[in-house]
Design a protein around this ligand. Sequence first.
Ligand SMILES: *Cc1c(COP(=O)(O)O)cnc(C)c1O
Length: 229
Amino acid sequence: MSMIAEKTAQVLGEIAQACARAGRPTEAVTLLAVSKTQPVQAIREAHAAGLTRFGENYLQEALEKMSALQDLPLEWHFIGPIQSNKTRDIAQHFHWVHSVDRLKIATRLSEQRPDQLPPLNVCLQVNISGEASKSGCTPEEAPALAQAIAKLPRLRLRGLMAIPEPEQDLRAQRAIFAQVRELQQRLPVDGLDTLSMGMSSDLEAAIAEGATLVRIGTALFGARQNTKE
Ligand SMILES: *Cc1c(COP(=O)(O)O)cnc(C)c1O
């Protein structure tokens, strides 16, 4: 078994355990493999281990990988900060975008989504810990922004995404994820089915608070391959 196959089995086991502890079915949580900085070969190994959804933060790097992996039926998720001059490529090449945090970006993505593709799945990123350095709208902005995004014809708003400030203990992690869940429940939009929250170090807390999609990088692939971030 490859190292990545072993780690995939381990992470899937952790997700199953966290779901069991939370009284949720294992199928309620989707694993997104965050492959930023990892080579194409690592994605091939993860795919061989059964993973089909991959998250990338850097557009150029992602486009190169997509073109090298065209032979595989992969689902690509953009999870990094979005500059407006990148929206066309993102709208054309990705299945999901988790990092929409302002209406201007959402509008461009909707306008630039090719007609022959299904609507682009998006999450509204919320800066739940209020960190100055982080992307994401404020919790106060989220309801009006969600309502406006939900009206865009070529987007399908699926829910919220959050990257809380790192906390060591489970209770503190859960308290923040609970705020994201409660915020999502208050949004004036019907049919939201996705809470994108939880990474390698806090997936258990995220699942306990209702995460439906966890974004896992280092626990699957090991340390990142360069120092871009
Ligand atoms: C890098 C990244 C992850 C994965 O983080 P790990 O701690 O390596 O699991 C998840 N979400 C986003 C938005 C990221 O940028």
